[in-house]
Design a protein around this ligand. Structure first.
Ligand code: NAD
Length: 257
């Protein structure tokens, strides 16, 4: 299989896009480490289910990606990795002048700094093997902005910049780094925004989805976690060996507008 013999670490992968990425990597034959900040029997059961479903080894390793030392310990506990997908992320929506400082700090730590810390530990092993993939999950908000998402937009623009620097430092070593920029994908992070948007716009759920969220997405459809996972698998292929330091939008045309 395409990724047999490769080990992948996907941060923030016990739900949503991360889980979709982990599933596609496992289906392509990679050994996979899934992660979140919790350490429940469900987390470990999820790894066992994914392993049973795909026939590859899947481990769950707990690490809080808001903590630099835990980001670094995750890669060490995994035994290094050939493929690192920096996916963990959170959201908070508020006017800039009312944005809580602790939410700003948490978003920058989880959505941006964790990618730096995990990459710093993972890259030397990739360089030693002469092959590696660092794939950062940014967002359409890494390329464009929306009001009330100051920390998220700042962090995701930061992720795009970090991806370019990583790519330049890794160039010529068999290691690529890119950022995937999804538009809206219907996952828990998006579900949680719907009630607030209903209140703000005085609309029902259906209207918020169609007229607010998907208004930015010309296809009129959500992207799926499996599609983001498929894009990750493509970036791990030989066809993508010269794709580095760039962004790949999976956004139904959002950033073409
Ligand atoms: P989600 O809420 O379903 O998943 C987020 C994941 O991150 C979960 O597994 C959660 O447990 C984990 N996580 C949160 N805090 C963590 C921490 N401190 N330590 C470790 N793990 C932590 O959301 P999602 O939509 O799957 O988002 C995944 C990534 O995709 C995020 O970076 C998000 O910004 C990005 N993204 C999502 C969308 C979308 O529309 N859903 C669009 C663009 C980008």
């Amino acid at each position: 299989m395409q990724l047999s013999g490769k080990r992948a670490v996907v941060t923030g992968s016990n739900s949503g896009i991360g889980l979709g990425i982990a599933r596609e990597l496992a289906r392509a034959g990679a050994e996979v480490v899934i992660n979140s900040f919790s350490d429940t029997s469900e987390d470990h059961a999820l790894a066992a289910e994914l392993s049973a479903e795909t026939g590859v080894a899947v481990r769950y390793i707990q690490a809080d990606m808001s903590k630099p030392e835990q980001c670094r310990a995750l890669i060490e506990a995994a035994g290094g990795c050939d493929i690192l997908v920096n996916n963990a992320g959170i959201q908070h929506v508020a006017k800039l002048e009312e944005f809580p400082s602790e939410k700003w700090d948490a978003i920058i730590a989880i959505n941006l700094s964790s990618a730096f810390h995990a990459s710093a530990v993972a890259l030397p092993g990739m360089y030693a093997k002469g092959w590696g993939r660092v794939i950062n999950i940014a967002s359409a908000h890494g390329l464009t902005a929306s009001p009330y998402k100051s920390a998220y937009v700042a962090a995701k623009h930061g992720v795009v910049g970090l991806s370019k620097v990583t790519a330049l430092e890794a160039a010529g070593k068999g290691v690529t780094c890119n950022a995937i920029c999804p538009g809206y994908v219907l996952t828990p992070i998006v579900e949680k925004q719907i009630p607030d948007q209903m209140k703000t716009h005085g609309m029902d759920r259906e209207k918020v989805i169609k007229q607010v969220m998907l208004a930015r997405q010309p296809s009129g459809e959500f992207a799926t976690a499996a599609q983001i996972g498929g894009t990750v698998v493509f970036l791990c292929s030989d066809a993508a060996a010269q794709i580095t330091g760039t962004t790949i939008s999976v956004d139904g045309g959002w950033t073409a507008l």
